[in-house]
Ligand binder design. Structure first.
Ligand code: FSO
Ligand code: SF4
Length: 550
């Protein structure tokens, strides 16, 4: 089998691309299966997009496109068989919807019949691998076109993840699905110019804002507005289940099913945000948060001793020491780990996980103490007077948005040092797992306002935007860039890409992105971002502090 090629995340090999095996642990055969899944999903998108033009809209197709893209996000699914099953199902669904579109479509069907992605088919796995080798990232030869196509696809992957969470709670937006189908189909359209693709990139950001707003509405209407919460980071004496990832519906179902069983539920990684929602506080067995960001799971899952449920990325291929107590659900998958699927009503039966947990020892304590979070827009706006006063009196001189992701790279210690060295009259606004680089430092408060305000998960970056727009209004400014806010964002995977594109769409300028700029940005595309939006990388902590504090 020839080499793989993937450069979708920040940790890509040599800052260029993984070609032999992913730094994330993705093997060549999993990479090939993912490349093919993205390709056949583009084919489904072409059919869906043409179908929409003649009024054929199918919920199941939208759901499939969204889930397929989510499957291929960094650190979501390493199960080749599960990915190939999706390929087969996608081909089947494509043919079903195609029949409807051709029947209703007249001219609309022409694109469907000439596009390889919309017509290629096979049920033979050896054909699958041969096809995958022709349709991966490098099949686009022009590096600027390739860069923009991938930038759009990665944005769509992040957006799909957020849409999926909203859909799990019964919230949906057909216009967003229409855009996903249109944009995904456009990544195979050779007639589009670089300028067309730049415009489509910004439009992706527009729908990123819509998607994050929808998820925010879904989460807050279902579980209440996040509120200031002290979260214990120590352990109790009962056996436990550790739930990781972003899906709050999974958290709700797990809490309901573990009620009264003697098994405690702990959050991990991005699920920490679940602690801030009022609806989950009624469960006595809802313990604290265990561990840190995703990349430390090898060591921390071993010490947790109990069962583990991965609801989304980031999962890393598990060690044998805990593989038999790790379960996946939703878009995640690991060969050899039990996957819990939803029934047709979206319900999941976690009894097997609970049974495993009951036989396990209580978690080994790795930390003690508390962290504070829950500063999403509603909570911060409730404190608006205090915050505005603090800005007016000069007690708060500047805010630093340090949202995004954490990761393995040592260079990310920059963010810990940056947080530590920020002057005491500054406040960090954070969201996403980036916070684990500084949320356990004792950075103090300013007149009762903590210096690290954690809004929640990476998608809750939307909250930070709402806060910024409100401050703009209160201070009577005509431009969000005139606020005393600097953006020093850490990225890792494709959800951070949609967050970034959303911020650009909203007109936020001069975002610093680290620890390195994406490998998928060609020099020319990077230049467009630098010239039009002032995007920059990071330097040393000292130099950057001087730059930001001018
Ligand atoms: Fe982190 Fe992973 Fe939220 Fe990402 S857990 S890295 S951007 O999946 O999702 O911040
Ligand atoms: Fe490499 Fe990242 Fe792709 Fe994994 S997701 S193969 S680490 S670029």
């Amino acid at each position: 089998m020839s080499n793989m090629f993937c450069f979708q995340c920040q940790e890509t090999a040599g800052g260029k691309g993984c070609t032999v095996r992913g730094v994330c642990g993705k093997t060549k055969d999993v990479a090939k299966a993912q490349d093919l899944l993205v390709y056949v999903t583009k084919g489904l998108a072409i059919v869906s997009n043409e179908g929409r033009k003649v009024g054929v809209v199918d919920d199941n197709v939208d759901k499939f496109i969204t889930e397929n893209l989510f499957f291929t996000i960094t650190n979501a699914n390493f199960d080749r068989e599960a990915i190939l099953d999706r390929v087969k199902e996608t081909l089947k669904i494509r043919e079903e919807i195609k029949t409807k579109v051709i029947k209703d479509g007249g001219q609309a069907s022409s694109k469907i019949s000439i596009s390889d992605a919309a017509v290629w088919s096979s049920d033979n796995v050896s054909d699958f691998d041969a096809k995958a080798e022709q349709v991966g990232v490098l099949s686009t030869e022009n590096e600027d076109v390739r860069s923009l196509r991938e930038l759009i696809i990665y944005g769509l992957k992040g957006l799909s993840a957020y849409m999926k969470h909203a859909m799990n709670l019964g919230y949906n937006d057909l216009e967003v699905h229409g855009f996903i189908a249109k944009a995904l189909a456009a990544t195979l359209d050779d007639s589009l110019s670089v300028d067309d693709l730049v415009a489509l990139t910004l439009e992706t950001g527009k729908y990123g804002v819509t998607g994050m707003a929808l998820l925010d509405k879904a989460n807050t209407e279902t579980y209440g507005n996040p509120e200031i919460t002290k979260v214990n980071i120590g352990v109790r004496n009962n056996p436990g289940i550790l739930i990781s990832g972003h899906d709050l519906k999974d958290l709700e179902m797990l809490l309901e099913q573990t009620k009264g069983t003697g098994v405690d539920v702990y959050t991990h990684g991005e699920m920490l945000a679940g602690q801030y929602y009022p609806a989950f506080k009624k469960y006595d067995n809802f313990a604290g948060n265990y561990g840190n960001a995703w990349w430390k799971q090898g060591e921390e899952f071993e010490k947790f001793n109990g069962a583990i449920l991965m609801t989304t990325n980031c999962v890393i291929p598990p060690k044998d020491s805990y593989k038999n107590r790790l379960f996946t659900t939703g878009a995640t998958g690991i060969t050899g780990c039990k996957h819990i699927s939803a029934d047709e009503n979206g319900n999941k039966d976690f009894s097997e996980i609970i049974a495993v947990a009951k036989k396990c020892k209580a978690p080994t304590e790795i930390e003690k103490g508390e962290i504070v979070g829950g500063f999403a827009h509603n909570q911060v706006l409730a404190l608006a007077d205090k915050v505005v006063d603090a800005v007016k009196t000069g007690a708060i001189k500047r805010f630093f948005v340090m949202a995004g992701c954490d990761g393995r790279a040592k260079s990310r210690n920059y963010y810990t040092e940056f947080a530590e060295k920020l002057p005491k009259d500054t406040v960090i606004l954070t969201a996403g797992c980036a916070k684990y680089k500084y949320n356990k430092l004792n950075l103090g408060d300013i007149g009762g306002i903590p210096r690290v305000l954690d809004a929640g998960q990476c998608n809750d970056s939307y909250s930070l935007v709402v806060i910024a727009l409100k401050l703009k209004e209160v201070f009577g400014l005509d431009d969000v860039n005139k606020l005393p806010i600097s953006y020093n964002i850490a990225w890792y995977e494709q959800k951070a890409v949609i967050v970034l594109l959303s911020l650009l769409y909203l007109g936020v300028k001069n975002i610093h992105l680290g620890p390195t700029l994406p490998a998928f940005l060609s020099p020319n595309v990077a230049k467009v971002l630098v010239n039009n939006f002032g995007i920059a990388g990071i330097g040393t902590v000292e130099d950057d502090l001087k730059l930001f504090l001018g």
